[in-house]
Every structure is written in structure tokens, then in C-alpha cells.
Design a protein around this ligand. Sequence first.
Ligand code: ADP
Ligand code: ZN
Length: 613
Amino acid sequence: MTETLSAGAVQRQLELLRRVWGYQEFLPLQREAIDATLGGRDSLLVLPTGGGKSLCYQLPALLGEGLAVVVSPLISLMKDQVDSLTQRGVAAAVYNSSLDADERRAVRDAAAAGRLRLLYLAPERLDAEAGGGFLELLGRAGVAYFAIDEAHCISQWGHAFRPDYRRLAALRERFPEASMHAYTATATPRVRRDIVEQLALREPEVLVGSFDRPNLIYRVLRRHDLAAKLRRVLDRHRGEAGIVYCISRREVDDRAARLAELGYSALPYHAGLDDETRRRNQESFLEERTDIVVATVAFGMGIDRPDVRFVVHTGSPRSLEHYQQESGRAGRDGLPAECVLFYSPADFVTWRRLLESSGELTEGAGRLLSEMSRYAGATRCRHRALVEYFGQELVHEGGDGCGACDWCLGELERVDEPVVVAQKILSAVARMGQRWGVAQVVDVLRGRSTDKVVANGHHELSTFGLLESCPPDELRGYLDQLVDRGFLVIRGERYPILQMSPEGLALLKGETDLELFRQQRPPPRGSRRAVSKKERESWEGVDRELFEGLRELRRELAAERGVPPYVIFHDATLRDLARRKPATEAELLEIYGVGEKKARELGPAVLEVIQRQ
Ligand code: ADP
Ligand code: ZN
């Protein structure tokens, strides 16, 4: 256990971290997790995506006796990790259905002969092979510990239940000597309890990190005028990787086609495409030949590209768990990345209807939906809102916000005389008989004599043109906020219509108060939006041209070796190289993420690019 580890052991861990991985210090809880593994004590480590979980089961494999067996649900993730370890000079292998008979034999021989430090398996392996001598083989190789990655797959309460994970508990009886360690990014206590129970962990050390992802910048915007707003997001990420999530397959196809026409490097991905196209599109993204994937949420599991710089949702997910999971695919490498949620209050009406028709609209599901809607409409720090939702607290140092969300970056501003604005809106809704949707209310308030306005005599109402000079987007934003805060409600079977609640009536009579916010005027069109502090820092002093040159080299090195580019170097490493411009191998070893083997093998090519520049 922790206390009994000698200073020498600690020193050895650090030395490995620096020599093999090229990192200087441990990230929060890595120390503790590694100590538990080395001490043979079962453990559960909960860290957000990008928190550095894999190192926690990889590093101890180099220090102890025996084989580390890593169970992971996704073949592509396993392959990436094994490729990365191999690049770092660590003896690791995958054993799964993607191998042919010869390859399998080679892996079995290597394991039996004690030549492997880590062996990656899919859960079904342990079962399918149960009678076929595979477990005996593991017995002979001597398993030091089992690492169960994505451990929430064992829980029905998780978002990715895999029945075959349930069989892992049997490993306990089979290998009583080996310790068992579970890893997940799932935040809910219920799933955590389930993992401990289902895996039959023995008095586990439970380590739970902060769920905040400080490198992610969160923004929430109205969906109105989506195409133009989306382009603004994409344009500030030119040449960078990103995912654009859409609700339906058709939307995916249309939007991907549209973006491609406009010259963006974008491909579609959804479960309706044939296997071949899907595989090709995914590969193109992983190999950095395509920047943007437009996808349904089917895309993401197993996407290990760590340099995803933005994740856009073009509609609201059904819960904050989903949002956290999907947006969390941005910035796994720890560098700044942007998460933009486009939404409309109508999304929640649609979700309710969808869930209802599929019989899934339980009280719980309804609550999750309301929480999501509250987040979207919130006028406070997004990081704080997310972390609090998952039951933790977030304290900003210095007290001036997180510096990484639309709210804290001051992109929203308070409206003058909010009660007057709200009253104008509410009285328009009232005068129109509470029978109309957002579009018509907006037209009337802005004084637009459309056919529909005239046909219904709305141009003769006293509220016609009351907010004539207010940009439509802003006005819609106010309507959202009135809905979010319960002054207006959305009703209607086929068409969502706006009606006033008792609170709305009170506001109209001047009996209550409220605040309204809007995106800063004038919109930061074309000009770059406020750049967060973290983002500035991470590019601080980076020679961008050299960075691009190194990216090109990385693509070549990756292609030669048949691995994805991020297995060669992460972006953080390229930026550090393009900032510090090392001239010798010794200087190269100082760079973030460059260990001895990479310095030796890739160093000459890297130094040449730097020199040439
Ligand atoms: P997770 O599995 O928790 O999502 P990863 O294991 O993929 O996270 O690690 C996230 C990123 O952090 C990777 O780029 C990894 O190389 C990097 N990383 C891990 N440990 C350290 C460390 N001690 N110092 C710096 N970077 C680290
Ligand atoms: Zn904030």
C-alpha cells in the first residue's frame, strides 16, 4: 500500500515515466492508482476522458513480475494502445479476432515465454477460449493483474452495457493471486457501485478525480441560422480535427454534402451507411486525411484520435451524461478544444415526444431532459454547471471564472430593462391568443408584414413592431430564456406553440423580476472570438509554420509504419517541438512526450525538419 512504498520505488516510477513516456510528472491520482496496482490491491479509478487512465495500468507492467492483462471493449482502441506502446519500446500485444492463426500463435508463444509485459484482450476472448486452453496459457504466463478498461460496460446503468463484461468476475476465481483494477470515466455513483460489485473487487481503493475538463471551452448558442453559425465555428478551426453531431442520418448526409461543397474537408458517418463506406470514412479521419466527421452519435465509441479540436452538437442531446460523453471526445490530448452546443427549446419538446412514442419517457428520463434544458439555458459558468451536476464542486482560482466558457469569457451580456423587453414579448403572445409558435411571434414583434401575419390580422395588433430593431436571433434568445425560466411554456401536438404560465402573467403585471442575456453585440463576425487564456498559452511561442512542417513529417512517419499519426506524436509534442526547437538528441528528450526510443528512432528526422526551417 501507499505508505509502504519506499522512496526508491517512487524514484523508479518517475524515472520510467520520463524515460519511456517523456512526461515529467504524474497527473492527479496516477500516483495513487499505480501504487495500488503495484501493491496488489484492487482498485477503481474514475477520471474524465483525457485524465491519463491508461498510463496507470501500463506503467506498473514494467515494474512488477508477470503479465498485465488489459481487457478493453474496442479493437481499434486496443490496437492504438499497443502501437503506441510498441513505439515506446514496451513489449505489448493484442489478442483478438482481428488476428489470423499465425499471428495468434505468435502472441501465445510470446506470452507463454514471458516475453510480453502487456496483453490486450476483448472480453469475449476470455469466454470463447475458456475451454480452449487460453486461460491455462494465462496461468502459465503468470498474470500479475487484470486491468478492466471502460469498466462501466459492466453496468446496466451505464451508457454502453456489454453483457460479456459480466463474465469477467469469473477471472477472480480463476486467478485469485492476481489483483483486479477497473477504469472508467463515468461519473455516476450508481455505476461505480455496480462496477465494484459485478467485478467482485476486494476492498478496492476507490479513486475519483475531478470531472472538470479544464482544457475544454464550452459554448451554447441558439440554433437559429445554424448554417452560418456553424461555418463560423468551422472557420476558426481550419485544418483541425472536429466532429459535428446531428440528430438524424438524413441531416448527417445533407450537412456533410453541403460542407464538402463549400470546400470543407468533411465526411459523413452513421449506422445507415454500408460497412465499407463507414470504415473508409473513419479511417480517413483517423489518418488525418479528413478533418471533419459529420455524424450521428453512433460515431465516437472507439475514436481514439486525441487531437479533436472541436465537437459541435447541432441539437441538444437527451441528457447531460450524453452531452458530457460526446463533447468529451474533444481535447483528449489535454490541449484546448471547443465544445459548441446549438439548441432550441423545441429540441426538448421533440425529445419528449420521441421518448414517449418509444415508451422510454420514464420520470427519470424526463428529469434528465429537464436538467439538460436547464444547462442549455443557464446563464452561469458551464464548467461549474457540469461539475455540479455530477455532484462535485468547482472552485475557480482568483474568482474571475473559468476563462473557458461563453459565460466566463463575457460573451453574454445583460440586457437593459429586461422586464420591459419581457413584457413586450408576453403581451404579444397574449394578444395573439396564445396559439402561435416562435416564428410568428418574432415576426409580429419585429413588425414584419408577412403573408401569414397579414392573413391573421396580426399587423393590426398593438404589439406589432414593438421590438422592431431587435435582431431576430436575439429575440429568439429572449423567447428561449422566458421558456427556460418558466414564464412561457411550449405546448401543442403537431406544432409547438407558445403559451403564458401563471409566472408569465405575474411578470406581465410587473409582480416579478427577471434578467435577460444576449450574445454580445456586435457579433464577433469574421473576427476571432475571445481566445481563452489556455488556448493562448498552448500556442504561446509556437512557430506555426514549423508546426505544420512537423505535422507533415508525422503523417509520413505514420504511413511508413502503418499506424495513425497520433501514435507517433501527439499535437502537444509537436507544439512543444515547434516552440523550443531542440537541436540535439539531449534537447529532444526534454520535449513533452518524447521518450528515449522515440528520440533515438524518430529524432534524426525531427531534428532535420527543425534545422531545415
Ligand atoms: P484516458 O484514458 O483517461 O482518457 P489517456 O490515458 O488517453 O486518458 O491520456 C490522456 C492524455 O494524457 C494522453 O495524451 C496521454 O499521453 C497524456 N498523459 C498521460 N499521463 C501523462 C502525464 N503523467 N503527463 C503528461 N501527459 C500525460
Ligand atoms: Zn466558466
